[in-house]
Design a protein around this ligand. Structure first.
Ligand code: ZN
Length: 160
């Protein structure tokens, strides 16, 4: 099978059978992100166990790229620490900036697993935001979740 059509199959598979979809409890932070240029939306919750991402739950609507991206991201970040997950997000960003350069995708294949299938999207600037929306939402939600898990005054003396 051609690489390009294999990538398309992976994306469609995540779109039709999204992994981890649905909003669950408990969670420390919930965010809502939109990609107005395409009409994509996602509501995403993060649940941390210490600094580890124990769950990412979500609901969304929009194009197949945006929705499949959340599903592929879900598989990648569960069980990782927040810094590890954000580093994976940086690698995904690198892939989105690769303008279809196959050598970039090849290098990131092991790290990004199914998310490497979005390599083809990097050739279409208008669609990059569709693929990145989920990762932006994760970054936002995990930063908020961390600030809940590690409040500024941990001694408890001055809590509001
Ligand atoms: Zn879209």
């Amino acid at each position: 099978m051609q690489l390009q059509s294999m990538y398309q199959e992976i994306i469609l598979d995540h779109y039709r059978n999204p992994h981890g979809r649905g909003l669950r409890e408990p969670f420390e932070a919930e965010v809502h992100h939109v990609n107005p240029t395409c009409g994509d939306e996602v509501t995403l919750r993060v649940h941390l166990d210490g600094d580890t991402i124990a769950d990412v739950s979500y609901e969304g609507m929009g194009c197949s790229i945006s929705q499949a991206s959340v599903s592929a991201m879900y598989d990648l970040v569960i069980g990782k620490s927040v810094p590890e997950a954000l580093e994976t997000g940086e690698h995904f960003m690198t892939l989105m900036q690769s303008k279809g350069d196959a050598s970039v995708a090849e290098k990131l294949e092991e790290e990004l697993e199914d998310a490497v299938a979005f390599a083809g999207v990097s050739k279409y600037p208008a669609r990059i935001k569709c693929a990145l929306m989920s990762w932006m939402a994760l970054k936002d939600a995990s930063a908020r979740a961390l600030s809940v898990a590690h409040p500024a005054a941990p001694t408890g003396g001055q809590q509001a």
